[in-house]
Design a protein around this ligand. Structure first.
Ligand code: NAP
Ligand code: MG
Length: 527
């Protein structure tokens, strides 16, 4: 995209998408049938690796459609990938950082060329609408470039330190950040491109070698990322790609002493298990964990309610509520509650649901049978304990018959109900009435998570909100999304509390440093 287009593509662009995005997506969609149903290998040490057992990647919009056949990698495949990364590390880490930057930039350019082809795969395997799918891929190329830019801006993280006052000797002190070694990237289904490619890019630019393991629902997107990196000329073994169950292959990787650092993005439960298992190693190793969210939007009596309604609905139901940043709680001041609730219901009822590759569809299906069941269980609880304002049912007629389609749901629920604190990860958002902003803030912060948060109100109120909300990514008065839609270089992304371990956000100025440890080099000579 970059260079070719007259616009800068970000999630905010998608608010009012240029026509070119549609025409190019449609061209790629027309070509897609040529790629469907093929078998894809893992990539270890630059070679294709097949496993005895396979698994199918099916479309959640039509489960009859087998998108591709993938390898059910074993623990041994995981260990072989780590060994290949270990073997490649000395040379890659000694490759001048300028050369690593050049190769990663080249991979970003290749990804730019393949944006629409990759976006169709993302749309098909995740069930993302076309704009969200294009965004996921475009963001990945930008994350690769951003990592390169930061490496350059920091001069490779080589810093001259002070000269200590020695009598009869001269001393030179240099601080240098150096890669840890073999870096593992385990990614979730919902942003299979950005959350695989982003961490992989950071690890590579800083000189680590990588083993990536994508979610079993979305193996294809990650395979395409690996292809872009290899095509750019990144040497064999520097990037390895394995597929298979997290519980076996993933677990074997986590337990291996050959891992020097990890970036895991996924659920709180799996992330905390990885954190604890990782602690069984012989020394402390870095674990960048990007976990779940329970993201609130707070609406003041002074808010522009139309802007609030737009932003909340987009963030609640974009990607069917399956964003870590989805707006799942709305806390509204009493005087404007009825008016805003009515408008939210109205906008939600207008959202289009269907085949996510279709131009006019906003919501595709949820990703798999387990999410589909979760939705039905949660709706049961909402009906029992609260009041469903709109939605509240799965869609099974006609074109919906073969997919996991769920109606976007708004519900009222007493604040003491467990679903105010549980990440549901389906298209369900709860609304609550508060008597003042202090009460809203107390409820907003009273969860284990702290990922994103939104606010609608006056400028003074927004300052008050920024100061008190416990979250890593915060927005005020944004119609493009109350809690969603971060972009590298604009809104670095990461969470506090149970939402993230590092306290430094991806796509920001403090991120690359997480992938390196510091070495001080003191050289002394006689004066
Ligand atoms: P998940 O179930 O936790 O899985 C994430 C990844 O971990 C998958 O690749 C999975 O493989 C793997 N895995 C599972 N068990 C493992 C184990 N014992 N050892 C090693 N790896 C293991 O998450 P998901 O359902 O894909 O994604 C949704 C979650 O991700 C939500 O909680 C969401 O909030 C969170 N998320 C957070 C962020 C953020 O930036 N903070 C961004 C996006 C998503 P399998 O697929 O084979 O099980
Ligand atoms: Mg699938």
């Amino acid at each position: 995209m970059a260079g070719e287009s007259a616009f800068k593509l970000t999630y905010a662009t998608m608010f009012n998408p240029p026509e070119e995005l549609h025409t190019r997506f449609e061209e790629a969609l027309a070509q897609f049938h040529q790629n469907i149903g093929k078998e894809h290998a893992m990539i270890i040490d630059g070679k294709e690796r097949f496993a005895a057992e396979k698994f199918e990647d099916r479309s959640p919009a039509n489960t009859d459609q087998v998108l591709g056949i993938f390898q059910k990698g074993t623990a041994q495949d995981g260990l072989d990938a780590l060994a290949a990364a270990r073997k490649a590390f000395p040379k890659w880490s000694r490759t001048p950082w300028q050369e690593r930057v050049r190769l990663v930039r080249k991979a970003a350019e290749i990804m730019d060329r393949r944006t629409f082809e990759m976006a169709v795969v993302v749309s098909k395997e995740v069930g993302k609408n076309r704009m969200e799918a294009i965004g996921d891929v475009a963001e990945t190329a930008d994350l690769l470039r951003y990592a390169c830019d930061r490496m350059e801006a920091a001069g490779g993280f080589v810093t001259q330190m002070g000269r200590d006052p020695l009598v009869g000797y001269n001393s030179t002190n240099v601080s240098i950040l150096r890669p840890y070694g073999v870096w593992v990237v385990i990614s979730p289904f919902n942003f299979p491109c950005a959350l695989t490619g982003g961490p992989v890019g950071a690890a590579l630019v800083t000189g680590n070698t990588v083993v990536m393991k994508p979610a079993t629902d979305t193996p294809w997107t990650a395979r395409l990322i690996a292809e872009c990196l290899l095509e750019a000329g990144i040497p064999d073994g520097v990037v390895n790609y394995v597929t298979g169950p997290g519980s076996t292959l993933g677990q074997a990787i986590i337990e291996s002493p050959e891992v020097d650092g990890i970036t895991f993005t996924g659920s709180y439960d799996v992330g905390m298990k990885i954190y604890r298992d990782f602690a069984a190693g012989r020394w402390v190793r870095p674990a960048i964990l990007e976990l779940g969210g329970k993201n609130p939007a707070i609406v003041s009596r002074h808010a522009d309610l139309e802007i609030a309604a737009l932003g909340i609905v987009r963030s609640a139901f974009g990607l069917q509520g399956q964003k870590c940043s989805a707006c799942s709680r709305v806390l509204i001041e009493e005087p404007v509650y009825d008016q805003l609730a009515a408008r939210l219901v109205e906008l939600t009822a207008k959202l289009t649901i269907g085949d996510p590759t279709d131009r006019n569809v906003y919501l595709g299906p949820v990703v798999n049978k387990s999410s589909y069941r979760d939705y039905q269980t949660f709706v049961g609880e909402l009906i029992e304990a609260g009041r469903v304002l709109t939605g509240g049912k799965v869609l099974t007629e006609g074109e919906f018959a073969k997919g996991y389609f769920c109606a976007p749901t708004l519900a009222e629920l007493p604040f003491n109900h467990r679903l105010w604190k549980t990440e549901m990860f389906v298209p369900i958002t709860t609304l609550g009435k508060v008597s003042n902003l202090e009460e809203a803030m107390k409820i907003a912060n009273d969860v284990d998570y702290g990922l994103t948060a939104g606010f609608y109100g006056t400028k003074e109120e927004a300052e008050w909100f920024f100061d008190r909300i416990e979250a890593g990514v915060t927005y005020a008065n944004r119609p493009m999304g109350a809690t969603t839609g971060a972009w590298p270089g604009f809104q670095p992304f990461g969470g506090w509390k149970g939402s993230g371990s590092s306290g430094k956000n991806a796509g920001g100025v403090h991120y690359l440093q997480l992938y390196m440890h510091e070495q001080i080099r003191t050289y002394v000579e006689k004066a």
